[in-house]
Write a protein that binds this ligand. Structure first.
Ligand code: CP
Ligand code: NVA
Length: 332
């Protein structure tokens, strides 16, 4: 199978706005094909990125994004080089722009995870090779490709579904999810306290996409009414990387937004099997982390996280298929 989306050849993905609605949906379908292909173990015949090199530049820690990119590149015959915060001069002894130009001379593509969104923009502007955003403070576009793939796997279609995101409505995942859902014709309601409501620019971008696709973007302060009719309940951590000093304040604001079985029932879709739970992970759903040892579950209760309708590990696996789809469509 060759690249089914040749229009993306040479393209970067900094936000979902870098894809047309049709390209985004085609990438999700390509990822599903790659999943089937991997299951059939026909990888040796399909080294689409043989001889290529990709740099993984990470300022923040990661389990899924890093491993997804490493395995995706390896499956396609490419070499992936992980460059962590203290491995390269990037922005410390050398400007981001200078490091980017060096990386662009040596690598065929760069996946970046970090803090300021302007850093990934600089990379894309000067590196001369495709740059992919593996999460910045503002956006997490590759996550949303995997999320939409998980929804399509569960329901068989996307258009017409209703997603309720519950929690920190102004973080990278919430903003990209609103946008991705709207681009796919999926209704999305962000349930968040007014202090953590989506940013106005992100909301306007999602609303414009929803208008094109006949879907709806809404914001609700009350989670009980906001989740009514939802097919997908989605949450993320209450404190994103880099915001650790706000932990106590966030707990106070977001306690009423924990997803528990009562909230799942409030969708009205538990009995008819038309609801699923998603979380980009990592998640605080029990006592088994350093953060939750004393206080227990935060954004989701353990019974919801472990329920049969929770598809968080399908979603995590999809990170690999979607990042692979993105690398192959950008580089071949
Ligand atoms: N969901 C996600 O991006 O996970 P990591 O932080 O482990 O990469
Ligand atoms: N909003 C979270 C997502 C982690 C994948 C963060 O930025 O830490």
């Amino acid at each position: 199978m060759t690249n089914p989306i040749p229009a993306l050849r040479g393209h970067s993905l900094l936000t979902l706005d870098d894809l047309t609605d049709a390209e985004m949906l085609a990438l999700i379908d390509f990822a599903e094909m790659l999943k089937v292909e991997k299951a059939r173990r026909s990888l040796r015949a399909e080294h689409r990125l043989a001889g290529r090199n990709v740099a993984l530049v990470f300022e923040k820690s990661s389990t899924r994004t890093r491993c997804a990119a490493m395995v995706a590149a390896h499956d396609e015959g490419a070499h992936a080089e992980y460059l962590g915060k203290s491995d390269i001069h990037f922005g410390r002894k050398e400007s981001v722009a200078d490091s980017a130009r060096v990386l662009g001379r040596m690598f065929d593509g760069i996946l970046f995870r970090g803090f300021k969104h302007s850093t990934v923009e600089t990379l894309a502007k000067v590196a001369g090779v495709p740059v992919w955003n593996g999460l910045t403070d503002d956006a997490h576009p590759t996550q949303i490709l995997a999320d939409l793939q998980a929804m399509k796997q569960y329901f068989g279609m996307l258009k017409g579904l209703k997603v309720a995101y519950v929690g920190d409505g102004r973080n990278n995942v919430a903003h990209s999810l609103m946008h991705g859902c709207a681009k796919a014709g999926v209704d999305v309601t962000v349930c968040a306290p007014p202090e953590l409501s989506p940013g106005s620019a992100a909301l306007a971008l999602a609303q414009a996409a929803a208008k094109r696709n006949g879907s709806r973007v809404a914001v609700a302060a009350d989670p009980r009414t906001g989740v009514l009719g939802a097919n997908v309940l989605y949450t993320d951590v209450w404190v994103s990387m880099g915001e650790e000093s706000q932990f106590a304040e966030r707990l106070k604001l977001l306690r009423p937004y924990q997803i528990d079985m009562n909230l799942v029932r409030a969708t009205g879709n538990l009995e008819n099997g038309r609801v699923m739970f998603l979380h980009c992970l990592p998640a605080f759903h029990n006592h088994d982390t350093d953060v939750t040892r004393e206080i227990g579950a935060l954004e989701v209760t353990d019974d919801v996280f472990e329920a049969p309708f929770s598809k968080v590990f399908d979603q995590a696996e999809n990170r690999m298929h979607t990042i692979k789809a993105m690398m192959v469509s950008s580089l071949t």
